[in-house]
Unconditional design. Structure first.
Lengths: 219, 127
């Protein structure tokens, strides 16, 4: 993916955001590891400012089957949507891993929506909470919602205030012994990028003592 | 006695943060930086550092794999794996590779305690 929109983050700001996402998802993975009692393997995060279509296409490159996602919208200094996404065919396996292996298929099916929502809630709140704390800002996070569909369906459901541009962040996770794999993705609305630039610059200054570009106007 | 330290992280920000802490702790030490495992090996060949800080989650060869290799090829180097991923399996594999696990973000205090355990091994309980 590449920057294809007028609002761009500097190389160091993108680097800082990638590090923040890595911290957030690593914390989330620690929670998931406790829930499934198996190691959760993480990829290196990908962060890019792209069009919504490019974000959908990027997801489609990796996964062509129907998907299930737990999504939560967040707002505050920045606004957007966080999603825990995996192939629909794997959702029962994830639920089985979380609730334990003693339940019947019928019982697991009954629990599916609730277990998925709660798993997503733990992961996405852990991830967003770490990012918000690092940026020293509070984010209001909506209740989790479980949605089924193609990649285009998931990203098309973005809030009405969203523009065409998004900051797209995704990271692959896998529980290898259970053959469970998926993505944690985040979409930030374009207007959030201006605020995000300043927050990232402040974060860089706190982390390194180096003054990065202070605002979009200086880039 | 001064030491040579190598910082390996694909994130420039993370390298800058560690460099800042090092400047505060041991400004006289020489240091080099690498963004990948391959760059790290080149730096080790050219500069012979005695301390290496390795990010775990990097594109290409990860820090844990490099730590295992260094244990055999350069057993005298003190290696720490720095990782935001604090799952028990990662911490265990780090120790099995003969390295020290340090949590990310790496604070100046945690780095200072680790380096003190190398500089003053008998007076430190770290490791």
């Amino acid at each position: 993916m590449r920057n294809a929109l007028p609002v761009v983050l500097s190389e160091l700001q993108l680097d800082a955001l990638t590090e923040l996402v890595n911290l957030g998802v690593s914390n989330a993975a620690l929670s998931l590891r406790e829930m499934v009692r198996e190691e959760v393997v993480l990829s290196v995060p990908k962060v890019a400012v792209v069009t919504r279509e490019a974000a959908i296409a990027s997801l489609g490159e990796h996964e062509s089957s129907r998907l299930v996602a737990v999504q939560q919208d967040f707002e505050g200094a920045i606004r957007g949507r966080a999603l825990l996404i995996f192939p629909e065919a794997k959702s029962m396996e994830l639920v089985r891993a979380v609730v334990g292996g003693d339940l019947s298929l019928e019982e697991i099916m009954e629990l599916e929506q609730e277990a998925l929502a709660e798993t997503g809630n733990v992961l996405l709140n852990g991830c967003l909470g770490t990012i918000a704390n690092s940026l020293e800002r509070t984010l209001r996070i909506s209740l989790p919602e479980v949605v089924h569909g193609e990649g285009s369906d998931l990203f098309a459901l973005a809030p009405a205030h969203a523009g065409d541009g998004v900051l797209f962040i995704y990271i692959n996770f896998a529980v290898k012994r259970r053959a469970i794999g998926g993505y944690i993705a985040m979409l930030l609305d374009l207007p959030s990028l201006v605020a995000l630039q300043d927050l990232l610059s402040a974060f860089i200054l706190r982390s390194t003592g180096v003054m990065a570009a202070l605002s979009h106007a200086e880039l | 006695m001064t030491h040579k330290i190598l910082i390996v992280d694909d994130s420039k920000l993370a390298r800058m943060a560690v460099a800042r802490a090092l400047n505060n702790l041991y400004p006289q030490w020489s240091r080099c930086e690498a963004a990948t495992a391959d760059e790290a090996l080149k730096c080790i060949g050219e500069n012979a550092p005695d301390i290496v800080l390795l990010d775990f989650n990097m594109p290409g060869k990860d820090g844990l794999t490099l730590a295992s290799e260094l244990r055999h090829s350069h057993p005298k180097i003190n290696v720490a794996v720095v990782s935001a991923n604090q799952q028990a399996e990662v911490v265990t594999r780090t120790r099995e590779a003969g390295a020290t696990f340090l949590a990310k973000p790496l604070t100046e205090k945690a780095l200072g305690e680790y380096l003190k355990s190398i500089v003053e091994p008998r007076s430190s309980a770290a490791q």
